[in-house]
Design a protein around this ligand. Structure first.
Ligand code: G6D
Length: 352
């Protein structure tokens, strides 16, 4: 079932629509056509009121000034591009640089800030909405016009399925993700660092102090980045490692072992388990990379229902191509050509 309501309005008066997708198990996910933002994700709980497992805000204004991308679709290029520079077919490009002289998440006017054209695809079992966005040639410095579609589907298996489609009229780069911060105790409960995490990745891409990949695809063995066994997040954050110092926690791309180029199937990649083990979040994807970000920077950020978000309040599982791919020929390519259609699939499953 889907209910649609007006959540608020943009500065120019454009209405921001909210879609509430509910399945027959009582799971509800609220999604805005502003940035495709996942605002609330309610898990039924027989002991008390529903648990809202994602961080978010209660107003459009808060989302428009948010530099943490709470719940948002990110693009044209999720994560970083070193100094916003890359070369495609011998042509040099320079995008908007909005963090430490790098391009982060598609620039200062990325897809998270846009109103996506929205429609209900299915209002019955497996409720689904379609969001569409056209990004013109030169948008934030990226070449080519790109037509983007995202389909959100809430299944009866309590999975939120996110399908990313894109096509372009000139060779460009495309790397979308969703930037939800999960806390399985509730968005306004204590830090998510009380949870444990597993990531099936034998390698990760270390960064320099500017969060730009060095280009190395490094084994995780004998390091805090070996999350193949279920590992307490506190144990990772408390470890001594230069990479953890650079990011003040986890903010790294993991190279998923299950990745198969051009696969259209979502393979199991990661999970997070709440401290009391009552809730489990599993992540499945066809993408090669997974950015794990432990919200290291939050400091008294006011969220929904006046919640106060502190460091490690949530954990992001940003499925993606690798950061700065256009500048590393050894990374899976993010290039999209006019005769190709991009297809990304990520599923977030909640077991409760
Ligand atoms: C910080 O480094 C992190 C990014 O990975 C994250 O996406 C952003 O905050 C919201 O810049």
């Amino acid at each position: 079932m889907i209910t649609q309501s007006v959540f608020g309005s943009m500065p120019d008066g454009t209405a921001v629509e909210q879609f509430c997708l509910t399945n027959n198990n009582g799971v509800s996910v609220e999604i805005l056509n502003l940035g495709g933002i996942i605002r609330r994700w309610l898990i039924p709980n027989d002991k008390k009121q529903d648990i809202d497992i994602v961080l978010g805000f209660d107003s459009v204004a808060d989302y428009l000034i948010d530099d943490s991308y709470l719940g948002a679709l990110v693009g044209r290029y999720a994560n970083r591009i070193d100094r916003g520079k890359f070369t495609l077919d011998g042509i040099d490009f320079r995008t908007d640089t909005n963090q430490n002289d790098n391009c982060l998440h598609g620039g200062s006017q990325g897809f998270n800030n846009k109103i996506w054209q929205s429609s209900i695809l299915s209002n019955d079992v497996n409720p689904a909405i379609l969001l569409q966005l056209q990004s013109p040639d030169g948008d934030q410095g990226f070449p080519g016009k790109i037509w983007c579609k995202v389909i959100y589907t809430l299944t009866e298996q309590n999975r939120l399925k996110i399908e990313y489609f894109a096509s372009c009229d000139q060779t460009t780069i495309y790397n979308p993700t969703n930037h939800s911060y999960f806390n399985l105790s509730g968005h306004n409960d204590g830090p998510a660092s009380s949870h444990s995490i597993q990531v099936l990745a034998s390698h990760f891409t270390p960064t320099d102090e500017r969060a730009i990949p060095t280009g190395e695809i490094k084994e995780v063995d004998n390091s805090p980045f070996d999350l193949r066994p279920l590992t307490p997040i506190k144990q990772v954050l408390g470890a001594e490692h230069q990479q953890l110092k650079f990011a003040n926690g986890l903010d790294h791309n993991f190279c998923l072992d299950a990745y198969q180029p051009d696969s259209k199937l979502a393979s199991y990649a990661a999970k997070m388990v709440s401290e009391n083990k009552n809730l489990v979040l599993k992540v499945y994807t066809n993408m090669p990379g997974l950015q794990i970000f432990t919200a290291n920077h939050f400091d008294n950020k006011t969220g929904k229902n006046d919640a106060c978000y502190q460091a490690h309040q949530g954990v992001c599982f940003e499925t993606q191509l690798y950061p700065d791919s256009p500048n590393h020929s050894n990374f899976p390519s993010a290039t999209l050509r006019p005769n190709q259609e991009f297809y990304g699939l990520t599923e977030y499953e909640v077991l409760f």
